[in-house]
Write a protein that binds this ligand. Structure first.
Ligand code: GAR
Length: 182
């Protein structure tokens, strides 16, 4: 059976685009929602004929609008793709075990922001990204998959972010396809 997936974004949504493009028998993206009405990814999703929703209001109102739209679209699994807001405990509880996220570090290393700068400052030899289940605690749910890249001499947070993003685009669709079959 093909799972119905909803995606939350805050920005350009390159991971969302990778998920949409890869969706096949395993899952189909039926809704893309954002806290930012001008998120570039929303316009792209609409051009693909995917239902979109933006809500820039307070968290409670925004999450209520997202929840109603996700349920209305028959969404079974939510994928966060560069969604830069903390979800409320209440929202996470309503979708318990059915929200996944991609985070640009090798969790449990570097939860939160500025992951690439922190990996470079620590002198790490490699960086990467993790797809994990979302729980009430930030970036702490079960890790479903990881991809690694080397940190090269002279890397900046931007150059490292670009290299990591390249592997995010293959890790996320593959891991989501496995997750929805569970
Ligand atoms: C990605 O690198 C993603 O891993 C990161 O934001 C970027 C979004 O890019 N997510 C987080 O930092 C979540 N804490 P995209 O909008 O092009 O997918």
């Amino acid at each position: 059976m093909t799972a119905r997936v909803g995606i939350l974004i805050s920005g350009r949504g390159s991971n969302m685009q990778a998920l949409v493009r890869a969706g096949g028998d395993a899952y189909r993206v039926v809704l893309v929602a954002s806290d930012k009405p001008d998120a570039a990814g929303l316009a792209w999703a609409a051009e693909q004929g995917i239902a979109t929703l933006a809500h820039s209001g307070k968290r409670g109102e925004r999450e209520a609008a997202f929840d109603a739209a996700l349920r209305g679209a028959g969404v079974e699994v939510i994928a966060l793709a560069g969604y830069m807001r903390l979800l409320s405990d209440d929202f996470v509880a309503r979708w318990a075990g059915r929200i996944v996220n991609i985070h640009p570090s090798l969790l449990p290393l570097y939860k939160g922001l500025d992951t690439h700068a922190r990996a470079i400052a620590a002198g790490d030899a490699e960086a990467g990204c993790s797809v994990h289940v979302v729980t009430a605690e930030l970036d702490a749910g079960d890790v479903l998959g990881q991809a690694r890249v080397p940190i090269l001499p002279g890397d900046t947070p931007d150059s490292l972010a670009e290299r990591v993003l390249g592997v995010e685009h293959s890790l996320y669709p593959k891991t989501l396809a496995e997750f929805v079959k569970r």
